[in-house]
Design a protein around this ligand. Structure first.
Ligand code: HEM
Length: 135
């Protein structure tokens, strides 16, 4: 069974809780029996059911134990056809794109702090001027 070849189209048919395949690193796994036992919950597995779950799986940083859990679930290999999506790149923490997005967040945070600071400064000035009038 484990040497069977599946196309994306074949895998996509197994996307329900009762019949759940995922692709991880171009291998096809049948998670139907595992979905209830997944420590990360069934929802995340159902989300990637019938699809390439490589990125989702790697993003979590699953342990070696989790990788061993995968082995008995293996049912075959993914057979790519022309026009299929390319293998999912696994983003590493060091990759430039990861850095760019976190830098983007950082800039947004600074902007919020800056605008907040300006508002506080304005309020302070206003209060000072009100007090000056009273004196
Ligand atoms: C069939 C594939 C998968 C297997 C065999 C698997 C297995 C496991 C195992 C054994 C753990 C416990 C922690 C560890 O050992 O790393 C775990 C945790 C987790 N998994 Fe998966 N997983 C799979 C797919 C996924 C996918 C596709 C996601 C999508 C995001 C995911 C999300 C999580 C999360 C968020 C946790 C952490 C739960 C917590 O610490 O509270 N898993 N998984």
């Amino acid at each position: 069974m484990a040497d069977k070849e599946y196309t994306y189209q074949d895998v996509a048919e197994h996307n329900t809780k009762k019949d759940l395949f995922v692709v991880i690193h171009d291998k096809v796994y049948d998670c139907t029996k595992f979905v209830d036992e997944h420590p990360g919950g069934e929802e995340v597995l159902l989300d990637v059911g019938g699809q390439d779950a490589t990125e989702a799986f790697e993003d979590v940083g699953h342990s070696d134990e989790a990788r061993e859990t995968l082995e008995p679930l293996l049912v075959g290999a993914l057979k790519r056809k022309a026009g299929d999506p390319a293998p999912k790149a696994v983003p590493s923490a060091m990759s430039p794109s990861a850095n760019t997005s976190s830098a983007g967040m950082g800039t947004a945070m600074y902007a919020i702090v800056f605008v907040g600071g300006l508002a506080a400064f304005g309020a302070y000035q206003y209060m000072q001027s009100q007090q000056a009038k009273q004196a």
